[in-house]
Design a protein. Structure first.
Length: 212
């Protein structure tokens, strides 16, 4: 069985008292420190030793990078702290990749980077510049769905559909990895993708269909 996930909204503030800092004070101090570090500096991002091949932080404007997404090079400027998930959704309008827990626990944001599964919410965009990124939008070929997408439809392997893009991307990599020798193995290697609607039996069946 796939383990459940407890989501923490992180919205409750920590109360001020003699022994504890408030959430507001901690965040405010971090913001001031970050702003003071950034003002008036140009930082090389790459080897950490002024590597000229790395992108530059251009004042407060961010970093110029190129993301190769679904076979296309996409140039954009982002702040160094921007995640791959936010770059895909907010900057490149690839909203098929979903933001779920934003903590790397639910798998809704799964994409492929050089063929390997990653949680886009835990990956900085600058970490994957010039790598091959594949999102749910890149699995189909024109109007023709991928075999995994077809199998999910045939097996009705979703209900609300929110986790489905991450499930399909993860399943695509899992099949390529060869982890399909049994239903138990499929469940184990898909355990990082959570389905709140509990469509797991149909998901496993869809993967078995494609693997055969």
């Amino acid at each position: 069985m796939v383990r459940d996930v407890v989501y923490d909204s992180g919205q409750e503030p920590v109360r001020d008292n003699e022994n504890r800092l408030s959430r507001r004070r901690v965040l405010g101090s971090g913001a001031l420190l970050g702003a003071a570090t950034a003002v008036g500096t140009t930082v090389g991002v790459g080897s950490g030793h002024g590597d000229p091949a790395g992108p530059e932080v251009l004042g407060a404007g961010g970093v110029d990078i190129t993301l190769r997404v679904n076979g296309r090079d996409r140039a954009l400027r982002v702040e160094p702290r921007v995640t791959l998930l936010d770059a895909l959704r907010e900057r490149l309008d690839l909203t098929g990749t979903k933001k779920g827990c934003d903590q790397g626990a639910c798998g809704a944001c799964t994409v492929l980077v050089d063929g390997e599964r990653v949680n886009a919410c835990l990956t900085l965009a600058i970490m994957v510049r010039d790598k091959e990124i594949t999102t749910i939008e890149g699995l189909a070929r024109g109007d023709r769905l991928s075999p995994v997408q077809e199998a999910f439809l045939d097996r009705d392997a979703f209900q609300c559909g929110y986790c489905t893009p991450g499930q399909i991307v993860s399943a695509t990599a899992l099949i390529a990895e060869g982890h399909t020798r049994s239903a138990e193995e499929i469940r184990e290697w898909m355990s990082g993708n959570i389905c709140r609607c509990a469509a797991y039996p149909n998901i496993v069946a869809a993967i078995e269909d494609v693997a055969r």
